[in-house]
Write a protein that binds this ligand. Structure first.
Ligand code: SF4
Ligand code: SF4
Length: 155
């Protein structure tokens, strides 16, 4: 899957891979068909159709940090969750409950992209998301006010 943000953007920014206290979303969902090592599996909870990363709560902070974060990098590399590859985009319900493409405009890697680059990327993303949520409806997150609705998946 192509990504719009670059590794350089993320290394400069470092504002990812932790979650607010009450929210463990798509970036913690891992597919069962990936080959996880025994050590990696110890950090996962079996949720039936998928695994969920446990994410350790740091005392004194209201955040959960992903257990797979290794300095600036992700230990899981290509096995990382679909939500991590997709971010700062996501797939969520809009206020009417329809699946839409959301975008976190606070992402540093988006701030340095043009609107044309964003539009072209969404064009690439839409068929992929439509296909993905057909077989994995649990990928569609609840509406998040802080994200911008960029496009509808099924207008
Ligand atoms: S907020 Fe954006 S640029 Fe920053 S680490 Fe996350 S994906 Fe990368
Ligand atoms: S799986 Fe990797 S990319 Fe995803 S939140 Fe954890 S450390 Fe970050």
């Amino acid at each position: 899957m192509k990504q719009l943000t670059t590794l350089k953007d993320c290394i400069e920014c470092k504002d990812c891979c932790y979650y607010h206290r009450h929210y463990l979303g798509l970036s913690t969902i891992l597919e069962k068909n990936a080959r996880f090592t025994k050590k990696e599996k110890e950090k996962l909870v079996d949720k039936g159709k998928f695994y969920q990363a446990k994410c350790e709560r740091k005392k004194s902070l209201n955040y959960f940090f992903c257990d797979f974060k290794d300095g600036d990098l992700c230990q899981l590399k290509e096995k990382r969750p679909f939500g991590c590859k997709l971010y700062p985009f996501n797939v969520m319900k809009n206020r009417e409950g329809k699946p839409v493409v959301g975008l976190d405009r606070d992402c540093l890697g988006i701030k340095n992209k043009t609107e044309k680059q964003i539009k072209d990327y969404v064009k690439y993303l839409k068929p992929l998301l439509k296909k993905t949520i057909k077989s994995k409806p649990y990928y569609v997150e609840e509406f998040q006010e802080e994200l911008e609705v960029i496009d509808c998946l099924f207008p």
